[in-house]
Ligand binder design. Structure first.
Ligand code: 4AD
Ligand code: MG
Length: 430
């Protein structure tokens, strides 16, 4: 007997197959039961008729609870009125486990309740659409860099040093040493870029951000390209091309999921090069004109990013922030030594920063001074300084947070739904 996935059920029209899945919902009408089965690849209506299956099986079908696991044998029939265009005329049901009353009902639940039941919430249509789009975005990221000759070289998770500031480090014991969970693979990618030219890393990163916002996770995934011989302008172009490629892939392959989320697809179709670009100081002027009280030298918070990213119908690249606001490794602008050769890409519709990056200091003495100015432990950065001693070249790169990209592309209010099991402030369960 053939076992079929619902996604491919149309191939078996007229044939007998077994579908293995879970009961999403049921509707009864006299001598017929309409079961909606889900198997992870799709939903299928299975029709149980008392006349066809007999009294015993019909009674079993009547007892089935939401999320019970089943193997259902039946004949596949084209049926225009059924969702998906096919239905299953049931011949026999094998109950694998009769589910206890399922906590998530087809009604409104509060976010706290749903997050507490995240392991079960993942079965919903909405979470399916979001997480399939996440998968597509990750695939698009990898394909983009693979197709352009970048080598994937992953960075370690346990590290002896900070990359993005010492205030958001998660500390852990590493035998008799202290280790930190990585905040970014960048420093290691700089080493691999000096070995392979064009590289990227793609892994989980960790930040103990004591901020409860719709954009922050404690654990998030970041894709980080790093290019030897590249300057700021090169990675601004690369980021633009990268974002366009990702959006295009999602539009191509996951349109139905975007529709299920009621995403305004026209807005995504407008994501084409060139992206508008402005300097930090130009951005400050724009904000002040809009009545924002920001002073030159202040960092942008969520509100400022939202204001700026509402400006255009495509992502906005803000470059040359004051060095004082940025990480220790940022190269300074030869024209304005207090500005960094860095960029942030702000997603439109108020989403704000999805990419951060720029050009790195490649001179030994300058980097050593920065490490000292930032009171970073020189010993832990010895290997990083070595990169400036043995064939140092200008180089640049960036990092894109996957969850921020997913939130924007799916049009979500909060990053908590963009990853199967979000780690949030003081929330570790499930
Ligand atoms: O701007 P960030 O801190 O840059 C870096 O880590 C660089 N070392 C990357 C590089 O140049 N290779 O972080 C990069 C991106 C942000 O733009 C954002 O998308 C995401 O990582 N991000 C977060 N996403 C979710 N939750 C958080 N707490 C995040 N912090 C950063
Ligand atoms: Mg940043």
């Amino acid at each position: 007997m053939t076992t079929a996935y619902i996604e491919q059920i149309g191939r078996y029209a007229g044939e007998e197959v077994t579908v293995q899945g879970w009961l999403r919902s049921r509707r009864d009408s006299g001598k017929l039961h309409f079961l909606t089965l889900r198997d992870g690849t799709g939903d299928l209506q299975a029709v149980v008729s008392k006349a066809a299956v007999g009294d015993e099986q019909f009674a079993l079908s009547a007892r089935l609870t939401q999320e019970s696991s089943l193997k259902v044998r039946g004949k596949v029939r084209a049926e225009k009125r059924a969702p998906g265009g096919y239905e299953l005329e049931v011949i026999a049901i094998e109950l694998v486990q009769l589910a206890e009353p399922f906590p998530i009902q087809p009604k409104e639940h509060g976010t706290g309740f749903l997050m507490e039941h995240r392991h079960l919430w993942l079965r919903s249509h909405r979470q399916h659409a979001i997480l399939r789009i996440r998968h597509e975005i990750i695939r698009a990221c990898r394909n983009f860099f693979d197709d352009r000759g970048f080598v994937l070289l992953d960075a370690p998770i346990f590290t002896p040093n900070a990359c993005e500031g010492t205030t958001t480090l998660f500390q852990t014991q590493y035998f008799d040493e202290t280790a930190y969970l990585t905040q970014s693979g960048q420093l290691y990618s700089e080493a691999t870029a000096a070995a392979f030219g064009k590289v990227y890393c793609f892994g989980p990163t960790f930040r103990a951000e004591k901020s409860k916002t719709r954009r922050h996770l404690m654990e998030f995934w970041m894709v980080e390209p790093e290019v030897a011989w590249a300057e700021l302008a090169d990675v601004m172009d690369l980021a633009e091309e990268f974002i366009c490629a990702i959006v295009e892939r999602v539009l191509e392959n996951r349109r139905a999921d975007l529709q299920a989320l009621e995403r305004d697809i026209a807005k995504l179709e407008r994501i084409r090069p060139p992206f508008p670009r402005m300097t930090y100081h130009e951005a400050v002027a724009v904000l002040r004109k809009k009545g924002n009280p920001i002073q030159p030298g202040d960092d942008f918070g969520g509100d400022e990013e939202t204001l700026l990213s509402n400006e255009a119908d495509r992502p906005l690249i803000v470059h040359r922030y004051p060095s004082a606001l940025k990480a220790f490794y940022m190269q300074s602008d030869p024209a304005h030594s207090d500005l960094a050769l860095c960029m942030d890409v702000l997603a439109p519709e108020g989403y704000g920063e999805i990419i951060g990056g720029g050009q790195r200091i490649h001179e030994y003495d300058k980097l050593l001074n920065r490490i000292k100015e930032h009171h970073l432990p020189e010993e832990a950065f010895r290997w990083y300084l070595d990169l400036r001693r043995f064939g140092s070249v200008p180089h640049a790169g960036f990092g894109m947070g996957i969850e921020r990209a997913v939130a924007w592309i799916c049009g979500l209010e909060h990053v908590r739904e963009t990853i199967p099991f979000p780690r949030m402030l003081y929330k570790l369960y499930p």
